[in-house]
Design a binder for this molecule. Structure first.
Ligand code: ZN
Length: 335
């Protein structure tokens, strides 16, 4: 289901090959190759999304500044590549991304990049544990593909799909964050062996910071454990599992999938049935949906930011994002 919906967003995007080539040509013509551009190019590192851009920036330290593609309040689920992005990717030495599933905009371009560009897909890094994408809008009734439970008409569309879809939001488990840091250091050292000592030292410091943040979050969330909440899109299961704060459901599996009236009705039923305290929106999807689903239920609206849309890009963005999630949960669930 997620696969299908992501593929469908590929159709009719401005990234069709023909349009892409003409954009690229225009972008090349527009760039002035000054001295600073050449220096930056020496070790050009491009990163798709803010959480992993932060980790790459932290490991690179003073060696260089990685370029971020999905900046500001954009979402990787709905992002489309700009000509300047295509140019940066083509000139990069290293490209870091999570996976095709979380960054569908990388699917075509990565296949077309010159062999000089090394693409590191971090969801495949050693030590990163992957969870299967959850199905359905309320997870307690979710089941695996192929099983059938009578009366779950909501799941009918899932049965044809045999291949499990991995949930790409891997960075929301700090243990995965640590494995990602190690893999980033490995890739950077391979590309720039003379900076190996710096990358190792920065990676060790980054890992210590992540471990400390995880401890703080454990302590902060202790007071709200067991309080039911509903999230906007199903982004959080890595965070939920690591910190023991399971969501009761999600309004939509992915922000590019519009929830049906039936799904919204079931969410509203669950909110009342489970006495859900909070329904969390996201900063980049200021959706009326949350207001609609909480109306008359007694649940409050909160905000969670799984992709760091409201966080300033930079080496601290990863830890800020994790801490903000904890704060977002406690500030709504705790009051
Ligand atoms: Zn997401």
């Amino acid at each position: 289901m997620m696969q299908q919906s992501l593929q469908s967003t590929d159709r009719g995007t401005p990234n069709s090959p023909r349009r892409f080539v003409s954009c690229l040509t225009a972008a090349f013509a527009a760039v002035s190759f000054g001295a600073t551009a050449v220096q930056a190019e020496d070790m050009a590192v491009v990163v798709t999304i803010k959480p992993i851009h932060a980790l790459v920036a932290r490991v690179m330290g003073a060696v260089g500044e990685p370029k971020l593609l999905v900046g500001g309040t954009s979402s990787p689920h709905t992002y489309s590549l700009k000509p300047s992005d295509a140019l940066a990717l083509n000139r990069a030495r290293l490209v870091f991304r999570i996976s095709e599933d979380i960054e569908p905009f990388t699917r075509k371009i990565v296949a077309a990049l010159p062999s000089s560009v090394k693409v590191v897909t971090l969801a495949e890094a050693p030590g990163v544990s992957l969870l299967e994408q959850r199905r359905g809008n309320t997870f307690e009734t979710h089941h695996h593909a192929g099983e059938h439970h009578a009366g779950e008409g909501d799941h009918d569309h899932d049965h044809a799909e045999a291949k499990p879809v991995r949930d790409g939001h891997v960075w929301l488990d700090p243990n995965n964050g640590i494995a990602i840091v190690r893999h980033i250091a490995r890739a950077l050292k391979e590309a720039m062996p003379d900076q190996a000592a710096t990358f190792d030292a920065n990676a060790a410091a980054a890992i210590a910071e992540i471990e400390a943040a995880a401890k703080e979050i454990d302590a902060e969330l202790a007071s709200v454990k067991g309080r039911p909440f509903v999230v906007f899109h199903d982004a959080y299961q890595y965070f939920e599992e690591r910190f023991g704060v399971p969501a009761a459901g999600a309004i939509t599996i992915s922000p590019d999938v519009q929830p049906s009236a039936k799904r919204l009705a079931e969410i509203r039923r669950k909110i009342k049935e489970l006495n859900v305290r909070c329904v969390f929106a996201e900063p980049q999807f200021k959706s009326k949906l949350v207001t609609t689903v909480i109306e008359g239920t007694g649940a409050k609206a909160g905000t969670l930011d799984p992709e760091g849309a409201s966080v300033e890009a930079g080496p601290q963005a990863y830890i800020t994002l994790l801490k903000n999630l904890a704060r977002g949960l406690t500030s709504c669930l705790g009051s």
